[in-house]
Design a protein around this ligand. Structure first.
Ligand code: F6P
Ligand code: MG
Length: 512
């Protein structure tokens, strides 16, 4: 049994592996991400100062910046991973007000459920220092573990602070908003497509079941693609890309161009799973439920919601359950407030300013539909939102298992086992499904997901590849991709293809 917080074989990707995307991530991308966060907090403090906001809010904001700057320094100086001292952090963030906090009050804060994961992060970190000292600094540690730890550390000062203002502050909120605003063209295009879909679905009503089934399958494939490539817009990856460039990654044309780049495509299996449930329902079943373990807010969330609308409107399912994170995560990940914000942004004429009349109507139409499902107003069909602290732990998803799953994995299993199909969106969810280990790329997906294979959870992942870990390729395919990349990119090693975001995989496991 490994003493390390990840399976022992194959080894994980490490931040000091020059050929892995982990290497530039820890040295170039993370510092930019932390700096952007600091700037956004700092700009907010300036605005608060201008508005003559309460001094304690302003002072607390400055102490939060100090904490974020320490994380940045530790990273840049490649310091050893230190356990999180939450009591100390509470004192530091409380600043001079700390004298007013008794030891009991500090312990009460620490015992809150939202800090339950800190002990396990610390325990795992101690194991790494003890058992694998050569991978125990920021720039040498296992990529997945250290990246989760980084975002956990960034979220913490906001969670322990005293003022509601900073408690509710989403450090990546500003960036998410800006990126969504820049997605105007792609958003409008998809809204118009959705309006047309509604007409197509009513035409299908009069068709015989076989014809209807065939047509629904074609539409299913289209909306899977929409949701899959929605993942190409990711703020943690786009640290060098302008907001203007984002729109070229979106829209139908970009999707069509990318179709040949889906390296493993199990869409058909996902369709069969849903369609079988649908037919069972027509024979008196309970109604299918699809879960989406969300990835990014803004455009990607919008594509996921439109995909969900297709499933609900067509009657293929009657329940869509969304699983956002509950702390700011990997920059662009969805928090519950992002879902609400998106609905408001769609209906706000100022947000997507200067939309033509047709687009405006289509945007309102999408929003109304979404709102009515969230209010459970459409003949028993509904959209629900559930969070779990499990999604922001350091654990891979084989911890989603009955009774003993760590970090809340057991509760997540209890929930997901009732789903007809669980869709995992994006790169990080995929890395966690595979524990971010250095699998041979021809390893079957169902082998690499470990215990999840027969956990009773049927799942599919929609992932554009933005990391090293890839499985399920045909023999020779990896070498071909590497060669092709190398010949087109002078000075490259060829390995970059797997984290360029240009390829994708849709991988399925029956769960039984
Ligand atoms: O690979 C770059 C990266 O930032 C990874 O750290 C992370 O897995 C991923 O991108 C985030 O992408 P996504 O939002 O698709 O999970
Ligand atoms: Mg993400």
């Amino acid at each position: 049994m490994s003493q390390l917080p990840y399976p022992s074989s194959p080894p994980p990707y490490y931040n000091n592996q020059k050929t892995s995307f982990a290497y530039p991530s820890a040295r170039e991308r993370w510092p930019v991400i932390i700096n952007q966060g600091i700037q956004d907090v700092s700009r907010t403090i300036d605005q608060l100062t201008e508005k003559k906001e309460k001094p304690e809010v302003i002072e607390e904001g400055k102490r939060i910046i100090q904490h974020l700057s320490t994380i940045l320094d530790d990273l840049n100086q490649d310091k050893k991973l230190e356990p999180i001292n939450i009591e100390q952090l509470i004192k530091d963030i409380a600043g001079p007000n700390f004298s007013g906090l008794s030891d009991d009050e500090v312990s009460k804060i620490v015992s809150d459920a939202k800090f339950r994961d800190i002990n396990s992060y610390n325990e795992d970190l101690n194991q790494i220092v003890l058992n694998d000292p050569s991978h125990s600094t920021w720039q040498s540690a296992a990529w997945l573990f250290s990246e989760c730890l980084l975002y956990r550390k960034i979220a913490l000062p906001f969670q322990v602070c005293n003022t509601d203002f900073w408690k509710q502050f989403d450090i990546f909120g500003y960036q998410k908003k800006q990126a969504f605003r820049s997605s105007k063209d792609g958003v409008a295009e998809l809204a118009l497509r959705y309006k047309k879909l509604t007409e197509q679905l009513s035409e299908l009503e009069s068709k015989i079941p076989e014809e209807k089934g065939k047509a629904l399958k074609v539409l299913f494939q289209e909306f899977v693609d929409v949701s899959l490539w929605g993942n190409a817009t990711d703020l943690s990856l786009l640290t060098n890309v302008s907001l203007e460039d984002i729109k070229h990654l979106q829209g139908e044309q970009a999707r069509r161009k990318n179709e040949a780049n889906i390296l493993v495509n199990d869409t058909e299996k996902a369709w069969e799973a849903i369609y079988t449930e649908f037919n069972n329902n027509n024979e008196g079943g309970n109604g299918a439920r699809v879960d989406i373990v969300l990835d990014n807010a803004g455009f990607e969330l919008y594509t996921d919601l439109v995909f969900g609308l297709f499933l609900l409107d067509s009657g293929l399912i009657n329940t869509l359950v969304l699983h956002p994170k509950d702390i700011p995560w990997f920059v662009s990940d969805v928090l519950p407030h992002d879902v609400l914000d998106l609905l408001n942004d769609l209906t706000d004429p100022e947000f997507f300013a200067h939309s033509d009349k047709e687009s405006r109507e289509a945007l309102d139409f999408v929003a109304e539909k979404l709102i009515s499902y969230t209010k459970n107003e459409v003949g028993g069909k509904k959209i629900e939102i559930r969070t779990s602290p499990f999604w922001t732990t350091q654990y891979g998803y084989s911890e989603i298992k009955a009774n003993v799953g760590k970090g809340g994995g057991a509760q997540v299993w209890e929930d997901l086992k009732d789903s007809s199909l669980v869709i995992f969106k994006g790169d990080l969810n995929h890395r966690k499904l595979l524990w971010d280990l250095q699998w041979d790329r021809t390893t079957p997906f169902t082998e690499a997901i470990g215990d999840l294979k027969d956990s009773g959870i049927r799942l599919v992942t929609f992932r554009t590849c933005k990391g090293d870990v890839v499985v399920g390729l045909k023999p020779g395919q990896q070498e071909e991709l590497e060669q092709a990349w190398k010949s087109q990119h002078e000075g490259s090693t060829g390995r970059e293809w797997s984290y360029s975001g240009k390829w994708a995989v849709i991988e399925y496991s029956e769960g039984a």
